[in-house]
Design a protein around this ligand. Sequence first.
Ligand SMILES: [Cu+2]
Length: 348
Amino acid sequence: MRTHFRSLALLAAMLVLAAGCAPDFEQMAADSATESDDGAGAEAIEYADAGFDADRSPPDDWEPRDPRLDPAPEGDLHEIEIRASHVENNVAPGVDQELWTYDDVVPGPTLRGKVGDTFRVTLINDGDMGHSIDFHSSKVAPDVEMRTIEAGEELVYEFEAKHAGIFMYHCGTDPVLQHTGMGQHGAMIIDPPDLDPVDHEFWLVQHEYYFGPLGQAREKMENEAWDAVVFNGYPFQYVHAPIEGVEPGERVRMWVMNNGPSENSSFHVIGTIFDTVYKEGSYRLHPDRDAPGGAQLLDLLPSGGGFVEFTFDTDGVYPFVTHKFANLPKGAVGLFTVGDADPADAGK
Ligand SMILES: [Cu+2]
């Protein structure tokens, strides 16, 4: 459900910054459009007006990316076609950005299987320059499967998933920072064999956006001067369209992948505590072994991933964030509406 943005954004900010003032989103977005100084003797880098107005709503035809995660498809062989493409998409209110993508979306499709499955991926290059794909979930010769193919070419990248976790995939073509920063990245989930049953599964990919023409966007990437830090492709996406349908007491598993390319993530859900944390291939916290231990965050460096499990005790509006608060006005906030909670009422 789409809701009015201003009150929700301020609500989220107020909830997050309980002891302080809600940030001036508009001013902060404006400030972010003019950055920064790259060191002694260098010219100050002037970025054009490429920030976004965080106080605006997405365009009328905007659709949120579904964060719900389906179970892995049946069978042991997954034959998948992925197209490298160049598109111009609306990536924030008032910002249409040239992107390099997989299947026209950022992040690319979320793929899922289990340990022992075979993935046979056909990469087709619909772009106008060389691209490639690097699945972190594979053990293959990079100079073979991860090789760059030119526009109009295709390759078949086949591997057996030998290890469990949530893994990044991305374009590895030089300069990799630019190909990834322009949007060529996604996530592949390989289920551990002992995955516990839960009531809801969701996926989130945290990543940055660098707005502007190619040269300017690349300069921002090289200076870690991101314009937005988002979950699943759009700033404040799940403030505009909160995640609904979870009832108090139901178990939630949230897979989180930090695709960067450069910023870290400290994933936190306000108002609950994780009783399970799985990070980079192992359980860091599991109730069978560790109860009553609780975790407040899943910390992920770029290309790190895992999942957390938790419940909500009562109806309510529960924000989720990266706890690096400087990124909140840049879009790294979402909301769960639990039970009968109405986000439109929560800010009053
Ligand atoms: Cu590429």
